[in-house]
Design a protein around this ligand. Sequence first.
Ligand code: ZN
Length: 300
Amino acid sequence: MLKIAFDPIYAHPLPEGHRFPMLKYELIPAQLLHEGIITKENLFSPEPLDETTILLTHEDIYWKQLRDLTLSPKEQRRIGFPLTARLVEREIRIAKGTIGGCHFAMEYGVAFNVAGGTHHAGSNWGEGFCMLNDQAIAANYLLKHGLAQSILIIDLDVHQGNGTAQIFENEPRVFTFSMHGANNFPYRKEKSDLDIPLPDAMQDSEFLEIVEDTVPRLINQQKPDFIFYLSGVDVLASDKLGKLSLSREACKARDRFVLEQCKQARIPVQVSMGGGYSPHIRDIVEAHCNTYRVANDLYF
Ligand SMILES: [Zn+2]
């Protein structure tokens, strides 16, 4: 069964009038329900994550300042949201949703989080709408509980997974792969185990060629027993922040290829959504929904 972490708070943590960036979290499940790809049984609503698990990944001081809403104004600006208790609660539910997704992925092959992909959060900082790093938290959870020994993180969001890279820089059991716009945020990049910086305006065929060359090679080399996929759709030509020139079809082909590789190698994969900032919400929702459609096609 296709299991998807979703909670109403994903879509409504902000006061009325500030909700646009969160709208996709409501529209993605609504669209999938509408198409009949899923029913309400496919959705699960995560509880808040416990502190012990958060602290496997994030530094004590940072977590406490986040929890108590006492980060400095400068640190809050780096996050980009006005810091509220509700936003923090949202973030810890998202992280728990990604952990829940790992368990479902081990059962069904693949599982999703409607949100997540908060890859700019490092061990002691939040940045770019990311406060806690959901996939990093889930990866450390898997390692800690002996549920995985070798993890591959495939981050194809257009922005570098700088937080993820920093968190695992000294962790040989987690291989971080980030493919991202060379001239895009974050401007000070961290070092992933493999970074592939992309020039502006990259087209479909060049992009897909790199994905098709790299992903099977990494799976072969690393022999992971668990994979995280960050399927940001800010690679689209229509994206305000992306700078690449991908079509929606190429974005879908990317997702299909990655998930096919995971399936063929029989490695469970958890998928978090990441970015998507096209001016038309329809473009964003369509592209994200494609990731679910492809998974549904391949697995169920
Ligand atoms: Zn992004």
